[in-house]
Design a protein around this ligand. Structure first.
Ligand code: PEP
Length: 249
């Protein structure tokens, strides 16, 4: 089954390292049947584009401004990314929600701006440990989903990939159990069906992220309910990421 395999470099590596990484990834994944997306820092996008052109790998950014243009020093707009050949953007990553205080409202605005400019969105949602322990995980995920998708039309959902990323599993070496992933993916699909239609619930792409590595990737990504994975730390090693990206699931 064809899967979507996404990297998130976070704030790691340099543009020079991106050149080597891109060349290696393009070669190592030339036979892959999966959809591969790399999301390096903004500073790497030009070099990544140059060395991934003509390969199986698409380019994503890790963030985007909610504003179209203007006096927003330090921000990067959706049209700038689009012009560079970027196809995807990660929105609502828990590190942006917690460390940069991004609200559900801002996430919603970023999604609208990204989609309006022809970018596809990788929308991250997921509960923290306290919510899970308080048995509130489902409620948190539902609310994040509802708020993020306010005012988004059903025909725009083909430009949205939902990444279920329990915060307690990101960068911690702890993954959610297969049962928990299945349960949450089911809930996400049900909520999409409730908000839009049964067809939308079935067709929406849902990936999992949280401490996927070269040891555990196969059993997680092979889950039939999942369309793929978002991989942080383990994507920094091009050999490992390429193995995950070219696997037959
Ligand atoms: C992430 O940053 O989205 C992520 C899933 O990180 P890690 O794979 O390192 O847990």
């Amino acid at each position: 089954m064809k899967k979507i395999i996404i990297s998130n470099f976070k704030m790691n590596t340099t543009p020079s390292e991106m050149k080597t990484y891109s060349m290696a990834l393009a070669t190592k994944t030339s036979e892959s049947k999966n959809q591969i997306i790399v999301c390096p820092p903004f500073t790497h996008l030009c070099v990544a584009k140059q060395f991934l052109d003509g390969s199986k790998v698409s380019l994503g950014a890790q963030n985007v401004s909610s504003e179209e243009k203007g006096a927003f020093t330090g921000e990067v707009s959706a049209s700038m990314l689009k012009d560079l050949g970027v196809e995807y953007v990660i929105v609502g990553h828990s590190e942006r929600r917690t460390k940069f205080k991004e609200t559900d409202r801002l996430v919603n605005k970023k999604i609208k701006t990204a989609l309006a400019n022809g970018l596809k969105v990788i929308l991250c949602i997921g509960e923290d440990l306290a919510s899970r322990q308080a048995k509130q995980a489902c409620a948190v995920v539902k609310k994040e989903l509802d708020d993020a998708l306010k005012g988004i039309y059903e025909n725009e959902l083909e430009g949205v990939i939902i990444a279920y990323e329990p915060i307690w599993a990101i960068g911690t070496g702890k993954t959610a159990t297969l049962k928990d992933i299945q349960k949450m993916v089911e809930l996400i699909r049900k909520e999409i069906a409730y908000l839009y239609s049964d067809k939308a619930g079935q067709q929406i792409n849902v990936v999992y992220g949280g401490s996927i590595d070269i040891q555990n990737y196969k059993k997680i990504i092979s889950l039939a309910c999942l369309n793929g994975a978002l991989i942080g730390g383990a994507s920094l090693n091009v050999d490992n990421f390429a193995v995950i990206a070219r696997e037959n699931y």
